[in-house]
Design a binder for this molecule. Structure first.
Ligand code: BGC
Length: 420
């Protein structure tokens, strides 16, 4: 009885998927990250997915997913500004064809953090020329690749800006607030224009981006400054982007300063909203830290911390879904997952978050899909190769893939919840 009631909650066309990104699986000799991080020069092929992709795509069948989010590596497609690598395009087309032949819906991300080196050297995001470069690439992809209905223009634009323009820990490695604002305008302008290009070529396309929504909390509830930081972070991270899609204006507000308004051509340029959700962040005012902010992850409710040190906070997923539903658009969880070496933890994380999705569906929130991050262990950016988000474990020496119990469990959850 219990099971039968559960089956009704997830609609038949709910997208049960896993998400990956090209560079994290296969690297690229032409990408900016390859020279940025010494880990990549030691292991340039990472999991060698570029060669082993057929075998990896078979794992999707094993899982029984009906959707797969992946990205194309721009620097493989356009290794030099004047060169399009047709074999690389054919490679990604083959992935799409395999997915289609297995009745797995492809969701394609155009930009997932990495760039061709020439792009970063000549026209990074704070230069106006970046817009034309990215749109040329978009048009090339949209006109060449056949069989994709779901498109994500950018993965986590805020992370590109925070890492590349404020923290300086990712390319182009700047700490420059004025340039970060120009980059924001250019990236979102690209989104708006790419939205139109995709629709021009593909009638019925579903276009979005993946934004990492987060839950923020004051470090000490009684401290008004911590509470103010929480409000500010929440406004910037979760509200300003939603507002910009509704109005075409980004409003950036920091305490005790005049709000900055940036016009961006993205009003209504969204067919669904892609949400990456992982954790909750506690904030504390600390005058000795950059911008007066210190953040921490704390195991407040006893769900534990992940290998990234992040708090496991399933309730937060309901919070961000509820918040995002003010867009009045279908919502898609484009990433959710845990870094851990302990499969039991992985299973618990997955179950708790999918339970939350189920509850949200019951409450009438329009969630259309859930993509677990990620299929196989991969390169986790600044954390290197040890984070282990995969449903399948990768031995980085032999490249062998081994299912973890979480893979079996995900397959079971998909079957039991969807009635597939
Ligand atoms: C990114 C992924 C990353 C994951 C875990 C997301 O923010 O899109 O590339 O691996 O988080 O950190």
């Amino acid at each position: 009885m219990h099971d039968r009631r559960k089956k009704k909650i997830f609609p038949d066309d709910f997208l049960w998927g896993v998400a990956t990104s090209a560079f994290q699986l296969e690297g690229s000799p032409h990408a900016d990250w390859t020279t940025w991080d010494p880990v990549i020069s030691e292991k340039p092929l990472i999991t060698d997915h570029y060669r082993l992709f057929r075998q990896d795509l078979r794992l999707l069948k094993e899982l029984g997913v009906n959707a797969y989010r992946f990205s194309i590596e721009w620097s493989r497609i356009q290794p030099r500004e004047d060169t399009w690598d047709l074999e690389a395009i054919a490679h990604y087309q083959e992935i799409i064809d395999i997915l289609r032949s297995c009745h797995i819906e492809p969701m394609l991300t155009l930009h997932h953090f990495t760039h061709p080196r020439w792009f970063m050297e000549r026209s990074p995001w704070h230069r106006t020329a970046s817009i034309e470069k990215f749109l040329r690439f978009t048009e090339m992809m949209v006109s060449s690749l056949k069989g994709v209905r779901y498109w994500l223009t950018f993965n986590e634009p805020y992370v590109i800006l925070l890492g590349g323009y404020l923290e300086g820990c990712t390319p182009p490695g700047l700490r420059d607030v004025p340039r970060s604002l120009v980059a924001l305008k250019n990236i979102f302008t690209c989104h708006g224009k790419a939205y139109d290009i995709i629709h021009r070529y593909i009638p019925g396309a579903q276009v979005s981006l993946a934004h990492n929504m987060s839950v923020f909390a004051p470090w000490k509830r009684w401290n008004p400054l911590d509470r103010l930081l929480k409000k500010t972070a929440n406004y910037f991270y979760n509200h300003s982007i939603i507002n910009a899609f509704q109005t075409g204006i980004f409003i950036i507000k920091f305490p005790f300063s005049k709000p900055v308004e940036i016009e961006v051509p993205i009003k209504d340029k969204l067919d669904f909203f892609g949400i990456n959700y992982y954790t909750r962040i506690h904030l504390r005012f600390n005058p000795f830290r950059k911008m007066g902010v210190e953040l921490r992850y704390a195991d407040i409710e006893g769900h534990g911390l992940t290998k990234m040190g992040w708090e496991v906070h399933p309730r937060g997923l309901a919070k961000v879904l509820r918040y995002a539903s003010r867009l009045d658009l279908p919502l898609m969880i484009t990433e959710n997952g845990i870094a851990t070496h302990d499969t039991g933890e992985k299973v618990k994380y997955m179950k708790k978050h999918i339970d939350v999705v189920e509850k949200c569906l019951r409450d009438g929130i329009d969630v259309r899909g859930y993509f677990y991050w990620t299929l196989i262990d991969n390169y986790e950016w600044l954390q290197g190769l040890d984070a282990r988000f995969g449903l399948y474990r990768v031995d980085f020496e032999t490249l062998e893939r081994t299912p973890t119990f979480a893979a079996t469990y995900y397959a079971y959850l998909i079957q039991s919840r969807s009635g597939m």
